[in-house]
Design a protein around this ligand. Structure first.
Ligand SMILES: [Zn+2]
Length: 442
């Protein structure tokens, strides 16, 4: 079974883990209060002093933060990070920014100490995915202004892997390099993992499962590795194990799957994760109920993240003790959606990931799909565009029947279906935009 990157922390009894979390929370709260003008005024306005937090329950008294507040604080001094910055700017060694998928990017500074923290936190994930010093890891990643896989690169080195930076190569050249070097591991978004397999087959006549030597794939950046049907597709295409990892620029890397693939372990020695009911804000501590994540990052000091409402929809797993032996709590199915993405269509709450699960579970359909929600008169209409594999084109009506039935079962909704030729829907390089809501906002 699994080995641990940190045998002490990863198997700490819950009670001790919670004590550790309380101490670390108190420390980052005090740090933020004393060093960040943003946090100091937030807490002063709420009548809160860091010393008021004496138990884990008290933490709910600490005001939450969210992305719009980070953006606003960023407009203040010192340029360009604004009033959250909690170290003298001379200490900043890394600039990155959020991808800006939900608006103006947030600029993210790290000190060298924070950066080492980032690599360390990623090392937990990679070690749990089975990365060892004998691995040759290929990074098909653009080393851009976004944080993406930067810290993962350093983490793989930290574990002792040999890391190949496949930066400016195009997709075909990356595949050929992986083949030549017999690379054993790979990290990318699920969209790119599927796209690469497509290029390998179509352009190079290669079957990744047969002709390449990849044994494990770490997926991050968007849902996919946590959606069973998508994970299965990727694992079959590559003949490799696929593992999920989650993080965000403002938060850092905070969750990872282990080789048991039983859910997502929260990196609890580095973060405190709370789940809140989306409508009432009540705390959810038991399994079986989805809510929005509120997260605090410990020990990262330049740009603290304290009780940040990330809008990720998550749910505690009923599994109390993972087979791997880690005591870090599990989330069921990883991040199942984002509060921003979950929309009411025809009065029903719809998560785009549910549609993906259906489409990718039907082998006769291609990997790509597109969902467009519009309003026709007073009625919502959802158009689902899918691609049908050439071999099944003659039998489209059977495929359609299967699709209609599965969609009704999994999402409770009816769709206008459009069948497209294989390879004609838009392809994405990194993160996909497959869900569009064109209804006028009220
Ligand atoms: Zn586990």
């Amino acid at each position: 079974m699994d080995k641990y990157w940190n045998p002490v922390l990863e198997t700490l009894p819950r009670e001790q883990l919670q004590q550790l979390q309380l101490i670390k929370f108190q420390k980052i709260l005090k740090w933020s209060y004393e060093n960040s003008p943003f946090y100091r005024s937030l807490y002063k306005d709420a009548g809160l002093e860091p010393g008021d937090i004496k138990t884990l329950d008290d933490i709910r008294r600490v005001p939450k933060t969210e992305k719009s507040m980070l953006r606003e604080a960023q407009g203040k001094e010192p340029f360009p990070y604004g009033s959250i910055l909690s170290v003298p700017i001379e200490q900043v060694t890394e600039y990155r920014q959020t991808s800006g998928t939900t608006g103006q990017p947030v600029y993210h500074p790290e000190t060298w100490q924070d950066w080492e923290w980032s690599a360390e936190s990623w090392a937990y994930a990679l070690y749990a995915h089975g990365y060892r010093d004998y691995d040759r890891v290929f990074m098909p990643f653009g080393y851009s202004i976004n944080i993406a896989f930067w810290a993962a690169h350093y983490a793989a080195e930290k574990i002792g892997c040999e890391v190949v930076p496949g930066g400016v190569l195009d997709t075909a050249a990356r595949i050929l390099k992986m083949k030549e070097l017999k690379a054993t591991a790979l990290m990318a978004t699920p969209t790119y993992i599927l796209g690469m397999a497509d290029v390998a087959k179509k352009k190079l006549g290669l079957d990744p499962a047969r002709d390449l030597n990849i044994k494990k794939i770490t997926c991050a950046g968007e849902p996919g590795a946590n959606i069973p049907a998508t994970k299965k597709r990727m694992e079959e295409m590559w003949g490799a194990k696929v593992y999920d990892e989650v993080g965000a620029t403002e938060i850092g890397h905070w969750g990872y799957e282990c080789q048991s693939q039983a859910g997502l372990h929260v990196l609890e020695a580095f973060h405190l994760v709370e789940i809140e009911d989306i409508e009432t804000g009540a705390s959810i501590t038991e399994p079986g109920k989805r809510g929005s994540m509120v997260i605090t990052t410990f020990d990262r000091f330049a740009h603290p993240c304290v009780r940040f409402d990330s809008k990720d929809i998550i749910e505690w797993s009923p599994i109390e003790r993972c087979e791997c032996g880690r005591t870090f709590r599990l989330l069921k199915g990883g991040v199942v959606g984002r509060a921003d993405d979950i929309t009411k269509v025809k009065g029903v709450l719809l998560a785009p990931t549910a549609i993906e699960e259906v489409v990718r579970n039907i082998p006769e359909l291609g990997d790509e799909y597109e969902v467009v929600v519009t309003k026709k008169g007073d009625i919502d209409d959802i158009t689902l565009k899918v691609e049908i594999s050439p071999a099944f084109k003659h039998d489209a009506s059977t495929v359609e029947e299967k699709l209609v039935q599965q969609l009704r079962l999994k999402t409770g909704l009816r769709y206008s279906l459009e069948f497209h030729d294989y390879g004609t829907l838009p392809r994405y390089d990194v993160k996909a935009k497959r869900f569009r809501d064109l209804r006028a906002k009220e």
